[in-house]
Design a protein around this ligand. Structure first.
Ligand code: SF4
Ligand code: SF4
Length: 200
């Protein structure tokens, strides 16, 4: 049977009318910012203080887009007759985000918690070279990394926190003892001065 003239138009208008009354599911980015999950893979932040230049991330990166340069520095022995100690000092740490495939392997393999995901994604560039983020920029991303989820209330206290608490308690006890001794000394001095004043 041949289609009724104008039936396609009527169907189209019916769809238009139906969807007009429904809530829109599209977001008008960039006027409306998307609501991303906090652990979205946007960009990688570097916490430089934790990096020991072990090179594990650069070696494991499937795209070879992590560039690390370093040099060795030696420090004198802690005690006479001891051995000199050497450590790696970071000269360059860069990630080329034009090559990165956001697999997260570098973050997973870092044994010292120096790399983190940030949900920031607005770093498009018109020049591809600008997508290689050097250490300063990677550090800036660090401040956009969300806090880790809270621990389970029933979980055991992390060893680092327990050690820090113990050290803080010890320091507070030592300070309190010193303060007490000082007060005692001041009291004794005052008493001595009082005795001298009473016996000319
Ligand atoms: S996320 Fe994957 S591809 Fe990107 S730098 Fe890390 S290891 Fe390389
Ligand atoms: S794996 Fe971690 S500690 Fe090792 S070089 Fe990479 S960021 Fe630094």
């Amino acid at each position: 049977m041949p289609p009724i003239p104008g039936s396609g138009l009527a169907k189209g208008l019916a769809v238009t009318l139906r969807t007009m009354t429904k809530k829109t599911v599209t977001a008008q980015y960039p006027d409306t910012q998307p609501e991303l999950p906090p652990r979205s893979r946007g960009v990688i932040g570097l916490f430089e203080e934790n990096c020991t230049v072990c090179m594990l991330c650069a070696r494991e990166c499937p795209d070879w887009c992590i560039y690390i340069d370093s040099h060795k520095e030696t420090s004198p022995p802690a005690a006479p007759g001891g051995r000199e100690r050497s450590r790696n000092v970071l000269d360059r740490f860069a990630i080329d985000f034009s090559l990165c495939m956001y697999c997260g392997i570098c973050i997973e393999v870092c044994p010292f918690d120096a790399l983190f995901w940030s949900p920031e994604f607005e770093y498009a560039e018109t020049d591809i070279h600008e997508l290689t983020h050097e250490r300063d920029k990677l550090r800036e991303w660090m401040w956009t990394v969300p806090e880790p989820p809270a621990l389970d209330p029933a979980a055991e206290e992390p060893k680092e926190i327990a050690a820090a608490r113990k050290a803080a308690d010890k320091l507070a006890a030592q300070r309190a003892k010193e303060q007490q001794e000082q007060q005692q000394q001041e009291k004794e001095q005052q008493e001595q001065q009082g005795e001298k004043g009473g016996n000319p």
